[in-house]
Design a protein around this ligand. Structure first.
Ligand SMILES: [Zn+2]
Length: 314
C-alpha cells in the first residue's frame, strides 16, 4: 500500500481521575485509555519505533496504516498502569522522560502549575501568583497582552484565560523568577516538591523495567523548558545532559527518540533540532498535529492528541 500513513498518538496523564486527590487534572481515564488502545489495535497495524522509523525512511511498506503510541513526561502511571496494559497486548509504547525529574527529584514547573490549578480556584490562584511575583521583585506585575491566536494555537484544549496564563507561565515569564514563585506557592498549598516528584514520576529502575517489558524510553530534555526560548549554549547543555543520563542510567536501545517540550512550532527552532541531532537522538516528536508519510522529516514528526484520536464509528 503506497499511500499508508503513520498516525502517532500523544498521551500525558492516564489515570482514574475521580479517585485521585486531583480529579481536576486534565488527562485520560484509564478505562478510556484501554478502550482506545483496543480500538486502535483493531483499526491499525501497531508500530514499534523501529517499524515507524523504517516506514518514514521508505524501507518498510506496511499493508495497513500504522499507529504508534507515545507518552510524555515520564509519569508514574506510565510505569504502573500503562506498561502492563500495553505489554499484555504486545504493543510497544514510547515514553519520553524529563531526566532532571528522575535524577534530581525535581517537580517540573509546568507540572507544579497543573497541580496548583487543579487544587485552587483559578482566579484566586492567578491573583496570588501575581502578588507573589510583586513581593519577590518589589515591582508591579500584570499579565501582558498576547495575540489571542498564538495563545489558542499553543493551548487549543484550554479556555482562553487558562491558555493565556499557561502561555505566560511556560513561554514568557523569566524562568528563574517563575520557578521561585511557583515553588513558593507549591510549598504553601501542596508541600515539598521533591517528595511530590517521587509519586509523580517514574524512576530510573522503573524505566529499566519498562525497557525489559519491550517499551522504549526517550528524552524530553533535562528541565522541560521550551527549547526555542533558550540561548544556544543552554540548549546544548540541556540536551547533552538529557542524552548522557539516558545512556548512563538505562539499558541499550537500538534507537533513542526525543520529544520537544510543548512541541508546537514556537517551542522548537532550527538550533533545537540541530542540538538534538548532534546528541545522537535518532528522531524527534513534535505536537504539531498531523499524520506522517515516507519522507516526513525524522526530527519534526507529527502527532495527534489522544483526545482527538478516537476512531469515528460512523
Ligand atoms: Zn512535556
Amino acid at each position: 500500500m503506497s499511500d499508508a500513513s503513520l498516525h502517532i498518538v500523544t498521551y500525558h496523564y492516564v489515570r482514574d481521575l475521580p479517585r485521585t486527590p486531583f480529579p481536576r487534572i486534565k488527562g485520560m481515564l484509564l478505562s478510556d485509555f484501554e478502550k482506545q488502545v483496543d480500538q486502535l489495535r483493531g483499526a491499525y497495524e501497531m508500530a514499534t519505533l523501529d517499524s515507524a522509523v523504517a516506514f518514514l525512511n521508505g524501507t518498510y511498506q506496511p499493508s495497513r496504516n500504522l499507529c504508534l503510541l507515545t507518552f510524555d513526561d515520564g509519569l508514574k502511571e506510565h510505569f504502573a498502569e500503562v506498561t502492563p496494559l500495553l505489554h499484555e497486548r504486545g504493543v510497544q509504547g514510547i515514553f519520553h522522560v524529563i531526566t532532571g525529574c528522575l535524577e534530581e527529584r525535581r517537580t517540573a514547573p509546568v507540572h507544579m502549575n497543573h497541580f496548583l490549578m487543579a487544587k485552587l480556584d483559578f482566579k484566586k490562584y492567578k491573583q496570588s501568583f501575581f502578588s507573589e511575583m510583586e513581593e519577590l521583585t518589589g515591582e508591579a506585575a500584570e499579565m501582558p497582552v498576547f495575540d489571542p491566536e498564538v495563545v489558542r494555537n499553543t493551548y487549543s484544549l484550554d479556555t482562553q484565560p487558562i491558555a493565556e496564563f499557561k502561555y505566560f507561565f511556560n513561554f514568557i515569564l523569566e524562568s528563574g523568577l517563575r520557578d521561585r514563585v511557583v515553588t513558593r506557592m507549591f510549598e504553601t498549598h501542596l508541600g515539598d516538591p521533591a517528595s511530590f516528584s517521587d509519586g509523580l514520576y517514574l524512576n530510573w529502575s522503573e524505566a529499566k523495567q519498562m525497557q525489559a517489558a519491550g517499551m522504549v524510553i526517550g528524552g524530553h530534555t533535562h528541565e522541560h523548558r521550551p527549547l526555542a526560548t533558550l540561548p544556544e549554549e543552554q540548549l546544548e547543555v540541556d540536551t547533552k545532559l538529557c542524552r548522557d543520563l539516558l545512556r548512563k542510567r538505562l539499558g541499550e536501545q537500538p534507537l533513542w527518540p526525543f520529544c520537544y517540550p510543548y512541541g508546537r512550532q514556537n517551542s522548537f527552532n532550527p538550533a533545537a533540532v540541530r542540538s538534538v541531532q548532534r546528541e545522537g537522538f535518532d528522531c524527534a516528536f513534535t505536537t504539531v498535529t498531523g499524520l506522517n508519510q515516507p519522507g516526513t522529516d525524522l526530527y519534526r514528526i507529527h502527532r495527534v492528541d489522544c483526545n482527538q484520536a478516537w476512531i469515528s464509528q460512523a
